[in-house]
Design a protein around this ligand. Structure first.
Ligand SMILES: Nc1ncnc2c1ncn2[C@@H]1O[C@H](COP(=O)(O)OP(=O)(O)O)[C@@H](O)[C@H]1O
Ligand SMILES: [Mg+2]
Length: 490
């Protein structure tokens, strides 16, 4: 961390890049860390490079857990689960996860780098420039997101049993559009699948109340329709340049989201085509039974809208739009890359991949190396020039345990002090990956081991009871008592 913020700086007057200063990229496992592109409450995202077995350099994104959270075993386990879930999702509209690694006290996820900007940045830029996003661009982006979610919601294990994965955090910042027009969903940080092992009581601040579905804001058990609603909220903001629900404070916002009153886009000065407005309304219907029932239904509605209203729509347009709005940033991004030199003698540890079992043999990461090409590889490269793409690995869901049902969870709003007390209570627990060397079958151990506190047993049942509760009912008592923070869903 320190090394990253105060990198070794070398004067490099002879640099062919005309850069005055060069930094040596820090090696982390198979990767060389370059610039930091995002920092959140839980992790930092870096651009990084690695080499494949043919000596070809690849750009990856590294999501590195913030130092203070490495103390939090539940949080780490949640990240391992995130990585496991995402690594199962092989879809062109989902940023691919390569591995989740522990090296000493560092934990990080390596994933496909999406060279572009998230929708948060795009919306902000468009607003700054007093421009608007064309309805068809917005419809196209969300159609792609819904296509990805359809796959996510229907993902099954090796026995054909649905995993019931719900993203739960679809928001503008978790959808990235690349400069060549690709749309990728990222951040399955709070996604839940039946096989997720951690029945987390300990929360991680994920305060995107704004894009929650009403049932999520009410703490109900969720299914794919919740993500459909969230996609509607993001689509709404894309076309209106204004989020669908706003309030003075987070608690008031929770009420707004629960009510889910649809404010006509015209109120925000947006003139959106009525067929798109109808689709939006249906996606954002408060009762999930009256919503599109699947992500595919909603995606198909948008597809049909595009076919009828914008038959000449070219997805390439999206890339052009991004490049136009971020032209200066692209130049800066490239300039930053040129500031880094990679130590070709890099020889640090590669670390332990905590999701290797799920990924199986022959996964792309196994071919990543921090050291560039050797003479042997050079020869192989000559031969293999045409096979630059990583071979796709068959979906490894068959390696998941089919017997654990942990989908009984709900959004919980808890007091941060309580959370801290719980963290302290768990400190004695084995940390994810701590016994990796003693037990190669760690994945199995982690999936079957149960860390539930006896005194917290039965938490999940409440969600069951509330499942069919009338949404117009009074709010939960504990909700009023708690400080307003949406923490990790239960
Ligand atoms: N694979 C990726 N490629 C490029 N940028 C990414 C990638 N993953 C995340 N980002 C950027 O980093 C931001 C934070 O990453 P995210 O996984 O959403 O973390 P957090 O859990 O902090 O929200 C995203 O909003 C996006 O802008
Ligand atoms: Mg995010």
């Amino acid at each position: 961390m320190e090394k990253l913020t105060t990198p070794t700086i070398y004067s490099s007057p002879s640099s062919r890049y005309h850069s005055k200063w060069m930094r040596v990229a820090r090696q982390l496992g198979r990767y060389h860390l370059l610039d930091r592109i995002a920092v959140g409450g839980m992790a930092e995202i870096y651009r990084a490079t690695t080499f494949d077995s043919h000596g070809i350099k690849h750009m990856v994104a590294i999501k590195r857990v913030l130092r203070h959270l490495v103390e939090d075993d539940d949080f780490l386990q949640m990240l391992v689960d995130e990585a496991k879930i995402t690594s199962l999702l092989d879809h062109p509209n989902i940023a691919r996860v390569y591995e989740f690694v522990r090296i000493a006290d560092e934990y990080f996820m390596a994933m496909e780098y999406v060279d572009g900007r998230d929708l948060r940045a795009l919306i902000d830029r468009i607003k700054d420039r007093e421009r608007s996003l064309a309805a068809e661009d917005a419809a196209y982006v969300m159609m792609r997101v819904l296509d990805a979610l359809h796959m996510v919601h229907n993902k099954a294990d090796g026995t054909g049993t649905p995993l019931n994965i719900v993203h739960r955090d679809i928001s503008p910042s978790n959808v990235i559009v690349s400069f060549d027009g690709q749309v990728k969903v990222c951040d399955f940080g709070i996604a839940k699948a039946r096989h997720s092992r951690v029945q987390t009581r300990v929360g991680v601040l994920k305060g995107k109340v704004k894009y929650m579905s009403p049932e999520q804001a009410m703490g109900h058990k969720l299914d794919g329709r919740s993500d459909v609603f969230s996609c509607g909220s993001v689509l709404y903001e894309l076309v209106c340049k204004h989020p669908p629900f706003t309030a003075q404070d987070e608690m008031a916002l929770i009420f707004r989201v629960r009510d889910a009153k649809y404010v006509r886009p015209a109120k925000h000065g947006a003139d959106i085509p009525s067929p798109l407005d109808r689709i939006l309304r249906r996606m954002m219907t408060r009762s999930r039974d009256s919503r599109y029932q699947t992500a595919k239904e909603a995606a198909d509605a948008l597809r049909e809208y595009l076919a009828i209203e914008a038959p000449d729509y070219r997805p390439a347009r999206l890339g052009e739009l991004l490049r136009e709005h971020f032209a200066e940033d692209i130049e800066k991004d490239q300039q930053k890359l040129r500031e880094f030199v990679i130590d070709t003698e890099a020889a640090g540890p590669l670390g332990d991949n905590l999701i290797s079992e799920v990924l199986g043999e022959g996964a792309p990461y196994t071919r990543f190396t921090p050291s560039p090409i050797t003479p042997d590889q050079e020869a192989a490269r000559e031969e293999m020039m045409e096979t630059r793409l990583m071979p796709r690995v068959p979906a490894p869901e068959s390696r998941l345990p089919p017997d654990v049902d942990l989908h009984e969870m709900r959004t919980m709003i808890i007091d941060p002090d309580e959370r801290m007390a719980r963290v302290m209570k768990r400190k004695h627990r084995p940390r994810p990956g701590a016994h990796f060397h003693q037990n190669r079958a760690l994945g199995t151990q982690m999936r079957t081991g149960h860390y539930a506190d006896p005194d917290e047993k039965g938490d999940g049942d409440a969600a069951e009871n509330e499942e069919e509760a009338d949404p117009t009912n009074e709010m939960d008592e504990p909700l009023h008592a708690a400080k307003t923070r949406i923490l990790k869903p239960e």
